[in-house]
Design a protein around this ligand. Structure first.
Ligand SMILES: *Cc1c(COP(=O)(O)O)cnc(C)c1O
Length: 377
């Protein structure tokens, strides 16, 4: 079976963890400080990093530090992992869902603009599947309406938009180091920001509102990262460039192999002009198919030894968790590109361990699975 995700962990990560255990300094110590500095220098130059215990925590404190609170509206995509909208709600704010660009699958800046009201305080572009959102357009939108930008870069370590690193453009940005992401720390996350004020607020929020012990300045959380996790993250950071190069090589090969087979209805992902994606997922679309056909193709891939996945089968605004949102959370009656994507997408293995031979197996399996269900129509 070729798995859809495969965290690359080895002797170096093990040694790094063992060294922390031997040293005994377990939480928010020197490994965390070094990880913050190295991550920003390597991946998001011009920012400072605040390490936390998950990508969701990073989103939460980034939004809080950007001033998001009760009653505010925050424009988000619905075609994303639920954490994007959950973090907004945990601030007491209302996520307002806007549609995506059907090619990049990222939040469409024009749809986001249509969702802005007098209550809107921020927008959260998600760099979905490792493809950067159109950050120039979001900057223009934010300037026009005085909005904060909080980038959800959980899937996009090292992606660039027109030469700028994701995570360096917004007022604050959130990265995740969950095992399936482009690099991992086990669990973990990082806020990046160029603002000293947002940086300090994030540092307070992650540690009970304390800079000095028992001198709590604000109401905060315990979102601290451990040095065990940071030590893993530092090793993975050194390997990230290699991981990304491998993902890019595989994405290119998948595109060529799938195109060569002319599998009916399959649309391969492409990079928008100015985008340098890092291929967190390699998401094909089965055009003209509905969820039933797509799910049958997924099953056919599994039978042929290819572990594909569907990210994401249910748009966030349709999840039971968000059924209690006010009507204002959905400005338009429907999000047609979001609903269509949720029913047609299929992610093929693109992780760093996928070999050139695997690519042929994947493309053959996809071709056979699609033809088996009678084309994609
Ligand atoms: C993974 C992910 C998150 C949350 O990160 P965790 O580390 O799992 O909490 C948020 N947003 C997106 C788009 C993600 O893929």
């Amino acid at each position: 079976m070729i798995p859809v995700a495969a965290p690359q962990l080895g002797a170096e990560e093990q040694a790094a963890v063992a060294a922390v255990l031997a040293g005994g300094n377990l939480v928010q110590g020197p490994e965390v400080a070094a990880f913050e500095a190295e991550f920003c220098a390597e991946v998001v130059p011009g920012t400072r990093g605040i390490a936390v215990n998950s990508g969701t925590s990073a989103l939460h404190v980034a939004l809080l530090a950007a001033g998001i609170g009760t009653g505010d509206e925050v424009v988000v995509p619905s075609f994303t992992f639920a954490a994007t909208a959950n973090a907004v709600r945990l601030c007491g704010a209302v996520p307002v869902f806007a549609d995506i660009d059907p090619v990049s699958f990222c939040l469409d800046p024009r749809a986001a603009a249509e969702a802005v009201t007098a209550r809107t305080r921020a927008v959260v572009p998600v760099h979905l599947f490792g493809h950067p959102a159109d950050l120039d357009a979001f900057e223009a939108l934010a300037a026009e309406h005085d909005l904060r930008i909080v980038e959800d870069a959980a899937q996009a370590h090292g992606a660039h938009w027109r030469g700028r690193a994701v995570g360096a453009v917004g007022d604050a940005s959130a990265f995740s180091f969950y095992p399936t992401k482009n690099m991992t720390s086990g669990e973990g996350g990082m806020v990046t920001t160029a603002s000293p004020v947002i940086e300090r607020t994030c540092r307070l929020l992650r540690n009970q509102g304390m800079e000095q012990r028992y001198r709590n300045e604000i109401v905060g959380l315990n979102y601290r990262m451990t040095d065990l996790h940071a030590a893993i993250g530092r090793v993975q950071l050194r390997r990230l460039a290699g991981f990304t190069a491998a993902r890019r090589r595989t994405a290119e090969r998948l595109g060529a192999a799938i195109t060569a087979r002319a599998t009916p209805g399959v649309v391969v992902p492409t990079a928008a002009a100015g985008a340098e994606p890092v291929w967190h997922q390699y998401t094909v679309r089965l055009s003209d198919a509905g969820a039933e056909v797509r799910d049958a193709v997924l099953e056919g891939l599994g039978r042929r030894g290819v572990g594909a996945g569907v990210y994401y089968p249910v748009p966030v605004h349709r999840l039971p968790a968000h059924a209690d949102l006010p009507a204002s959370a959905l400005r338009s009656d429907s999000l047609p590109h979001t609903d269509l994507a949720a029913s047609q997408v299929l992610a093929l293995p693109v992780h760093p361990a996928v070999t050139e031979a695997d690519v042929e197996v994947i493309a053959d399996a996809l071709d056979a699975a699609v033809r088996e269900v009678g084309g994609s129509a």
